[in-house]
Design a protein. Structure first.
Length: 242
């Protein structure tokens, strides 16, 4: 399989502090890749750098093209989309209006099919359809995450990046959200997901990276990482028996 996104020796500085140093990873087309690690490891920084929200050094290639020097708007237009940790919805706008804002760049370019895509989102997230006229601020945590996902999908991304999609959600809702993420594979979108909930993330991902202190400490197929003694003890809350 070919890589849709390649990150090589990526470095991010906060002042004189290097928060991310030498991070290298790749996302194959149509794959779900997760980056797990403790709070403060640099996971959100990684996504911010890929999206162009943070200045960085190193290599970033998307669909074979160099992303260096491209601004956020250009990266979104090319097919990169980020669902941030805090979802950043427009609370005083309706669910419907939040979704349409996800397609803002497409609408501005005069693309057709926006309404059809809206209906496809409602079919994927029936609860959003039921609440389409409700203000986003009135939604539950799980519904807000669904809305954030739906809004990102309205941009028709080729790579969807998710920052802690399980954050603050009850276990049953986490399972529902991650099942939705897994189902998105059928649409052809590639997914890069950063998570503290290592167990849940590795259950849906094809490949995983462990980020610690700004560096990639481990990587491998998810089913192998789940069996790795270091991952088990540090992130899965149990020790592997001898």
């Amino acid at each position: 399989m070919s890589a849709i996104l390649e990150v090589s020796d990526l470095r991010v500085l906060y002042g004189k502090v290097e928060a991310l140093h030498g991070a290298t990873l790749r996302i194959e087309e149509g794959a779900i890749v997760t980056v797990i690690g403790p709070n403060g490891a640099g996971k959100t920084t990684l996504l911010g750098a890929i999206m162009g929200l943070l200045p960085s050094a190193g290599g970033l290639r998307y669909a074979g093209a160099d992303l260096g020097g491209k601004n956020v708007e250009t990266r979104v237009a090319s097919g990169l989309s980020l669902v941030p940790e805090r979802r950043e919805l427009f609370g005083e706008l309706s669910v419907h209006d939040n979704l349409r804002l996800g397609a803002f760049a497409r609408i501005r370019r005069g693309e057709r099919g926006i309404d059809a895509d809206l209906e496809a989102i409602y079919a994927r997230f029936p609860r959003l359809k039921d609440r389409r006229e409700n203000f986003a601020e009135t939604l539950s945590g799980g519904e807000r995450q669904m809305l954030a996902l739906g809004r990102a999908l309205m941009a028709k991304p080729r790579v969807l990046m998710l920052d802690e999609p399980s954050l603050g959600l009850a276990p049953l809702i986490v399972r529902e959200i991650l099942n939705i993420v897994a189902a998105l594979r059928k649409t052809g979108v590639s997914i890069l997901m950063v998570e503290q909930n290592a167990r849940a993330a590795l259950q849906v991902a094809d490949y995983g990276y462990v980020l610690e202190n700004g560096e990639i400490a481990l990587e491998g197929p998810s089913d192998e990482l789940v069996e790795n003694p270091r991952v088990i003890e540090s992130y899965l809350g149990m020790k592997k028996s001898a």
